[in-house]
Write a protein that binds this ligand. Structure first.
Ligand SMILES: NC(=O)c1ccc[n+]([C@@H]2O[C@H](COP(=O)([O-])OP(=O)(O)OC[C@H]3O[C@@H](n4cnc5c(N)ncnc54)[C@H](O)[C@@H]3O)[C@@H](O)[C@H]2O)c1
Length: 305
């Protein structure tokens, strides 16, 4: 499916990103494994997980190389793109997967922790997107065909919020939204952008008590590899009809996620500007709640949609 395609995977050294790299290589892609090798909170770990993944791909007969830039390092990412093009002649897809966690409730959150999470997830996804799109746009302007793919990573927290994850959830929600704008803009120069929402047992979810997946113990609904076949398809030429969408992948299922939606609601009694005094009763109706006594607005069906 990916023979001849060149894909960069960020955070490709561990967890879900590692699985993406192995799956992409198994389908014939040349894989650039980017990983800063940090601890869960983004602290320095001294590890070089990208090298291990590159070795595994090469052992299997594939082509891969490692890159140790941080995804939020503007010039580091520019070099990553330039080196990929210099080494392999092109870039066909980027998979924005790198991430860290610094969970805290709003009242316990520090400025440092908030900035660090936004920096890796949101700025990192944008930095990669910006430099890849610069490359693809210039390719298209030079008259060379572009079949570019961007795969972003959001999460259940980004779609619905979660106690203790105010920074992470906000960054992940913004990534889903950035996917939509990227799809709108980059389609003009031959690029699609989509976003996955995976579910997996990794070191990231070990903190909330998810048991690790035992290697070689058969199929597991929490295996980090479960979302990788979807990522392989999204990086391929086949997926060109889909852009600007979020796909939730949970176990053996892949499910389209719908965006924020505007529905029904309450329309002012006057038919003109809403009045503060009618909002409470109007919205209670709109949310399907019983009206509070008769002191307020009398519900008038004709005004409800
Ligand atoms: N595990 C889940 O259930 C789950 C659910 C939803 C979303 N996600 C998302 O999936 C992605 C991967 O998560 P995971 O569970 O595999 O985590 P993980 O901690 O196992 O792997 C993340 C990798 O990203 C790397 N990384 C961190 N900061 C980096 C930076 N600045 N530059 C380059 N690399 C960096 C780390 O070194 C690490 O190898 C994250 O974006 C995460 O938010 C995970």
């Amino acid at each position: 499916m990916l023979e001849g395609r060149v894909v960069i995977v960020t955070g490709g050294g561990r967890g879900i990103g590692r699985s993406h790299c192995l799956e992409l290589a198994a389908h014939g892609a040349t894989v650039v494994v980017n990983d800063l090798g940090v601890g869960l909170a983004g602290d320095s770990s001294g590890d070089d997980p990208a090298a291990e993944v590159v070795a595994a791909i090469r052992d299997g007969g594939g082509t891969a190389s490692a890159n140790g830039s941080s995804v939020s390092d503007w010039s580091g990412v520019a070099s990553l793109m330039a080196e990929t093009v210099a080494t392999y002649g092109k870039i066909d897809a980027i998979v924005n997967n790198a991430g860290i966690l610094r969970d805290a409730t709003i009242t316990s959150m520090t400025e440092d922790a908030f900035d660090a999470v936004i920096n890796v997830h949101l700025k990192g996804t944008f930095t990669m997107t910006k430099h890849a799109c610069d490359y693809w746009r210039s390719e298209q302007k030079a008259g060379r065909p572009v079949v570019g793919r961007i795969v972003n990573t959001t999460s259940g927290t980004g779609l619905a919020g979660n106690v203790g994850q105010v920074a992470y959830g906000a960054a992940k929600a913004a990534i889903a939204n950035m996917t939509q704008t990227t799809a709108m803009e980059a389609g003009r120069y031959g690029v699609t952008a989509n976003c996955i929402s995976p579910v997996a047992a990794t070191r990231m979810t070990a903190a909330v008590g998810m048991a690790a997946v035992e290697p070689d113990a058969g199929w597991n609904p929490l295996d980090p590899a479960n979302s990788s076949p979807v990522v392989a398809w999204l990086c391929s030429e086949q997926s060109g009809w889909l852009t600007g969408r979020v796909l939730r992948i949970d176990g053996s299922a892949v499910m389209p996620v719908d965006s924020w939606s505007v529905r029904g609601g309450y329309r002012s009694r006057s038919g003109e500007m809403l009045e503060a005094g009618e909002i409470d009763q109007g919205l209670r109706k709109a949310f399907g709640l019983a009206p509070l006594g008769l002191a307020g607005l009398q519900p008038q069906t004709g005004h409800l949609r």
